[in-house]
Design a protein around this ligand. Structure first.
Ligand code: ZN
Length: 262
């Protein structure tokens, strides 16, 4: 029996001269891996090879266990061509795809993550017509909000208003973040932690802005702060996953988003 769902292509590899293996994040079924027979033929129903970021209506059958499902139809409904015009947008977008593939399991529906990705890709593609649009569509700011919401949604980050170790006030100086403890460390507690990430004033401001945004306010998040918090959030998510994400080093432009072990 086939399923029809809205989907975004998050991974694409060649299977043969004319066919692809595609991984989609669907709204209703979670991640699905599908064989797209003949999709690369110009006269295929999809009109040629299906690219990363393509979003549309998908008709497919799901595979059992490790086996692939079959993509029967794909009709693109949202063009993401504009994201390929600027490398910084594309790098942020590709990192978002990899993040979704890493945190959402096959066949495990997360419509909130689908909506988050759909909205973030839309914002990334907004034209730079006005100064306000530049702020809204700044790849680093969009990525920061996306990472924050994703991490919160999957339960990897709790409240950040107190030291995760002693429960005391965190302050603004000598603050660290511990991924293994899942929160901020005050200056009295940080020395005992072996795994920790230095939290600069720029990161603290960005975390405050993201918390305000989550509460429905519209704070500004300058690029430099956004880039700094992106590095921290990427560090946290990769530490939790226990692996590096390939696209992180292109999307994370400040400090290091690499997995650092103590
Ligand atoms: Zn403490």
């Amino acid at each position: 029996m086939s399923t029809t769902d809205t989907a975004i292509c998050i991974r694409a590899t060649d299977y043969s001269e004319t066919s692809q293996v595609l991984t989609f994040l669907t709204r209703g079924v979670g991640v699905v891996r599908l064989l797209a027979k003949g999709s690369k033929r110009p006269k295929s129903k999809s009109g040629g090879a299906i690219d990363l970021l393509a979003e549309g209506r998908c008709v497919f059958t799901t595979g059992r266990g490790q086996s692939l499902g079959i993509l029967m139809e794909f009709a693109e409904t949202v063009s993401r061509a504009v994201l390929r015009e600027r490398l910084d947008r594309l790098n942020s977008a590709l990192f978002m795809l990899e993040l979704c593939g890493a945190v959402v399991a096959e066949g495990d529906p997360h419509p909130e993550v689908f909506d988050l990705l759909h909205n973030a890709l839309g914002r990334l593609g907004q034209p730079d017509a006005s100064p306000q649009a530049v702020r809204r569509g700044s790849p680093q700011a969009v990525l920061a909000y996306f990472q924050w919401r994703l991490i919160r949604h999957v339960g990897l980050l709790g409240e950040l208003n107190a030291c995760v170790s002693c429960g005391g006030k965190v302050g603004t100086r000598d603050v660290y973040f511990s991924s293994s403890l899942g929160g901020l460390l005050c200056r009295d507690c940080e020395s005992a932690a072996t795994e920790k990430y230095r939290v600069t004033p720029a990161i603290l401001s960005a975390l405050a802005a993201l918390t305000a945004a989550e509460a429905g306010k519209k704070p500004t998040l300058p690029d430099k702060q956004a880039a700094a918090v992106n590095a921290l959030l990427a560090y946290h998510i990769q530490y939790q996953l226990g692996k590096r994400l390939k696209t992180a080093r292109h999307a994370i432009v400040s400090g290091t988003g690499d997995l650092r072990t103590p």
